[in-house]
Design a binder for this molecule. Sequence first.
Ligand code: FES
Length: 347
Amino acid sequence: MKVTVQSKTGIAEYESDPSDNLLYAGLKQGLGLPYECATGTCGTCRARVMEGEVSLAWDEAPGLAYVKRAKNEVLLCQAHAQGDCVLRVPAKVEPLHETVNIPADFSGRIDTVLRLTHDVIHFEVQLDRSMSFAAGQFAAISCEDVVGARAYSMVNYAESTDRLVFVVKRKPGGRFSDWLFETEVSGKALRILGPLGRATFRPEESKNFVCIAGGSGVAGMMSIAQHATRNGYLKSYTGHIYFGVRTMEDCFYTAEFAEQVRRSDGNLEVTIALSNEEPPQPTHPAHPEIRLATGFVHEVAARDMAGRYDNMVGFVAGPPPMVDGALRMLIMEARLPAEFIRYDKFG
Ligand code: FES
């Protein structure tokens, strides 16, 4: 079926069939359609159906709050073409840049599952073939047992790999996280579309970096730390990671971050901010490479980073209130230009 897109940059065309949603079909053909979450929550992929018929996969997607249904608007990541159609997208739509990894469909199987805390689970997926992705990117994951796809950032980093690592914090009523926590998921098959997302670490920019993350938002920061501690990047630049959790019991990936700090020639700082208790001492009792602080993570980062924003790129991920606070700080206090503030909206 032919999809015609009218946008601020002119007309583009691609093919889609009813099994694919209109966003994924376009991205897989290298068309840079607008999106953030790719899973129905943010509203960024809003488009108006000018001709033809489309069906909606998830009629209660939170992102539908941003569309005018009376004007025939839909979310591309939830809409499936039922025939040839014409869409109007209120954004620029250009071919994806040649340096961007074009997303594709993969299948995979969960083969490792670890409970990291009472509400955080780590799982690893063996893919049917290798995927290339940038540190900070995510994938849309779906399984037979749960309706719809979920977006999770990769924890690991490799230029090309057939293994992906994810971490998920349990959400009250979250069907996918309930499935992970309550089912024997080892061996379960997954469908994966990736890589997705533009909040990427780009070593060619030659910048220091600051990462501010809450909960499982730390996934992309772990991937960035792994990339940055490879091939000597941190010999020339500094990295500052702030990871917010409630209490010492909620900390995870401390051994892994300590390992990255040891590999960094002293140029990577990792600070865990505890929002609900005072730390027992200034550094982690088992991993003294990790610093401890008290307060909300964006406030801890603001105190600690004051006056140290030279040549900086910032990454933010986590629950929406934390993301908003961190973005305010990077804009108002760090005064970073928009192109050097990167975040993904999953919430
Ligand atoms: Fe479709 Fe977020 S990209 S709702």
